[in-house]
Design a protein around this ligand. Sequence first.
Ligand code: AMP
Ligand code: FE
Ligand code: FE
Ligand code: ZN
Length: 293
Amino acid sequence: MLFMDYIDLHTHTTASDGSLSPGELVSEAARAGLKAVAITDHDTIAGLDEAVEAGQGLELEVVPGVEISIEVGLKGGAHLVGLWVKPGHPGLLDGLERLQEARRQRNPRILAKLNELGLPLSMDEVLAQTGGGQVGRPHFAKALVQKGLADSMGEVFSRWLAAGAKAYVAKERMTPEEGISLVRAAGGVPVLAHPGLLDLDRNGLESLLRKLKSLGLEGLEAYYSEHDEATRRSLISLAARLGLAVSGGSDFHGGSKPQIQLGTGKGDLRVPLTLLTALRQRRERIRGEKDHA
Ligand code: AMP
Ligand code: FE
Ligand code: FE
Ligand code: ZN
């Protein structure tokens, strides 16, 4: 084989805080020569039908997915990626609807805090930054930058929106039990997203993974834009030791995070297609268990 084949199993669309529509993102992935792309929007599966439809007839697999915020007792929480969840699965939709309702309650509180800090911003200006999907902190950040009230989204986060900053409002999250079991019930493979971003040392991460595995976790995201080579290698060996599959993706958000490219992350990310085999085997086992339950 002259060329290796690559995939991207972590991306965001306008259904959450990305800037490309699901259809645009799938076309972009095909243009980039990727063999598979997973759509993993924050706490929503609203983009999946459009993405799957856009993948028809293209030479790449569209993996319907989701990224769920879970509470693991760490600042900022953790993220669970579900791969191959069934679009429209009623139990998953219900669980995510609760998180979406909590976001709708949270957004006016973030706005009120920003206004109290003397920043003139309206909810309409925030909504104008979305693509009609759900609203999150990045949309507040973009609106503030656009109004000239900050130089960059990074500045907005560090001054006001990051966990612990003055306009931060905590977000409702699922328990790990609920997130993992909902992904499995929807036929999907639960994977811990970007473990390298968690504020944990190696032992802390290992004990978290053991606990999550006992709840049904199947994999971890070792290949990730913000994981350096050493982190990636150490996560791959940890996965092997714990009997977890390896996943990987860029966390592409389009123009909302311009430093991250689809597939290649900051330029050096390459997620091999060969990872899909083990992940698919786990999907089949999960689906087989459900059918015989
Ligand atoms: P939310 O879902 O509303 O809590 O917002 C979380 C999202 O904000 C993350 O998924 C990132 O896309 C984005 N984000 C978090 N921290 C930063 C940061 N320091 N700079 C830019 N974007 C960030
Ligand atoms: Fe995001
Ligand atoms: Fe994430
Ligand atoms: Zn993400």
